[in-house]
Design a protein around this ligand. Sequence first.
Ligand SMILES: Nc1nc2c(ncn2[C@@H]2O[C@H](COP(=O)(O)OP(=O)(O)OP(=O)(O)O)[C@@H](O)[C@H]2O)c(=O)[nH]1
Ligand SMILES: [Mg+2]
Length: 724
Amino acid sequence: MQLEKILSTGAEILMKTLKTNKKFSLKKRSTSCYTVAIAGNPNVGKSTVFNALTGLHQHTGNWPGKTVERAEGSYTYNKNSFNLIDIPGTYSLLANSPEEEIARDFICFKSPDAVIIVLDATCIERNLNLALQILEITNKVVICLNLIDEAEKKKIRIDKDELSLQLGGATIVPTNARDKKGLEALKKAVENICKDGSQIKNVKNNYGEKIEQSLENISKHLSNEKINDIDPRWLSLRLLEGDFSFYSSLKKYLPLRALEDYNLNEKIKSEKEKLGFKENNSEGLRDKIVETLIKRSENIYKLCVKTSKKDYDLKDRAIDKFLTSPLTGFPTMILFLMGIFWITITGANYPSEVISSVLFALEEKLMNFLVYCSVPPWICGITVSGVYRTLAWVVSVMLPPMAIFFPLFTLLEDVGYLPRIAFNLDGVFKKCGCHGKQSLTMCMGFGCNACGIIGCRIIDSPRERLIAILTNNFVPCNGRFPLLISIIGMFFIGESLTALSSLSSALILTGTIIIGIATTFIISKLLSKTLLKGISSSFTLELPPYRKPQVGKILIRSLLDRTIFVLGRAVAVAAPAGLIIWVMANTFVNNTSLLIHCSTFLDPFAKSIGLDGIILMAFILGFPANEIVLPIIIMSYMSTGSIMDIQNPTQLHLLLTSHGWTYITAICVMLFSLMHFPCGTTCWTIKKETKSLAWTLASFILPTIVGIIVCFLVSNVLKLMPIW
Ligand SMILES: Nc1nc2c(ncn2[C@@H]2O[C@H](COP(=O)(O)OP(=O)(O)OP(=O)(O)O)[C@@H](O)[C@H]2O)c(=O)[nH]1
Ligand SMILES: [Mg+2]
């Protein structure tokens, strides 16, 4: 009885505590858990702030629109836990794009305990527009004045106190997130807001007497309603504006009885009439809102910012003139591409040889050890000749080029060159009926097509986004580069790698990539004239300032985050593939191995497009990851007769030519590698992004058909030429 009483009293206390303090947490050390959103314009350093606070590694780079999906992480400060949300960058909350909708809905309906508004200290005038809109929704705001180091360099001085005054008393924290400066103060300011609430007076933008009166009238109908923490005046503004996307979000997140209220709807209608707006058209009101925000931002800027060096971006503009002019822009782009490939090919050669000789020497030892342990020959075959050999190949061929290519690409990204490529290619993409931003997603495809597909979210128009998704596979990802580089090396350059031969390799690889880009243009144009008809939409792409990249950090991060990740994925897929191939090569039906059965079946068709049955089978089995196509080809050839160890490119060349490879086969394999179905991960991503099985199938079939046609034509035309 006594125990029962104690227990029930304990439970009562616990329930009371939970009721009175909804932030109560049962964690021993962290007493509370708060939700904090990071919002701001694109490319102001939100993800850098997020990474610096959480220790995570969200994608950062010097171009707008990288973060397209909400990212979450957490940090602990003074024993409290803070759940941080990195929301996509937006220029406003008026929901003209999906990112703006995501940002608006999160701030409005997820009731974060604090919002960190990140401003770029070098151009706060442009950023204030969004800050003023957020401050209208919530006053639980901390202003993070990021990139303060760049502002100082450009001699831009910001009067923090005045800025705070203009923003209702908001705490202003200058930071240099890249060098992790100012973070303590930022954490403190966030904690204060979360624990003690905001001291900020609601920052209202005055839209003029008449509109203000209407807002007041509508607010009266809302004030008694359950509308979370949303400011009734701001809600009234949205209702008056008749923002359709906001209405659907309201219905989704709030059980708003008031919306069905006849009186409220009548009130909104009559207020609109009073203001002279038609029921379903509030263009004028939106213009007024935008105008007010711009004017106010201008005023605040004038009051708070002093610059003594007006022409601080003179150098940037001079470089831009060179990199984006029609005469010099394109050649520079091709030179950069060639430069990257040249460094990759030259740099990867020696480490590849070293890794390969170490791993293949280990193979022998491993086999000897298993034989010594009396392991049955078939197990030795599966594990060593099947799985281990494939893994050794994937690691030695893929690791070095990736470890060089990724950092170089990230370097260009961090400097700010990617948006310049988009600027240069914008005209061509427009002529093909698609969006200029497709060049950015295409560039991302060089790293990984699945990343390129997710990146397509930066394209607002569904038609243009689909074109970008369907054609992303025409640029080779990192999984396909090793195959291209190996074939170029073996068939077109020669045995030893001299400066001249690596330059020729880079030239041929660049040519191959240019074929891929040209195919992207042609297929995009075809799609926009047929299945996905429409006019290309215009857009403004901000050219960010050139930034000095952090070379050390780039090296470490691209090695750890990208190289190891991609390699891990390849290894995970290569091991079972090696096993399947070994089993197929060693399972006999009617005295012929399954492998031969399959390749013989595929042979007639494969030969008609310049390949052979084994090559086609390797592409099919390579569906989980493109990286394993070449290892499968090698393993299949080795298990069909030629017993030899592949220690260097000469032996590999011999193996291929002894199985009937000619220059035509090499060219067709390269073309088919460039133009065939996307890998499994990419297909899965396409399904996720398009939410349509039909479009996923289309993205699978389209490049495959293009590849088959191109290889058929090329192989048959080349066969007619006597030089081959
Ligand atoms: N010098 C300097 N560079 C910074 C600072 N913060 C961020 N950067 C750089 O600015 C660029 C943009 O940073 P991100 O964190 O990717 O910006 P974002 O706001 O998340 O961008 P989106 O996701 O595209 O909207 C990167 O190249 C960063 O390295 C800073 O305080 N100082
Ligand atoms: Mg970001």
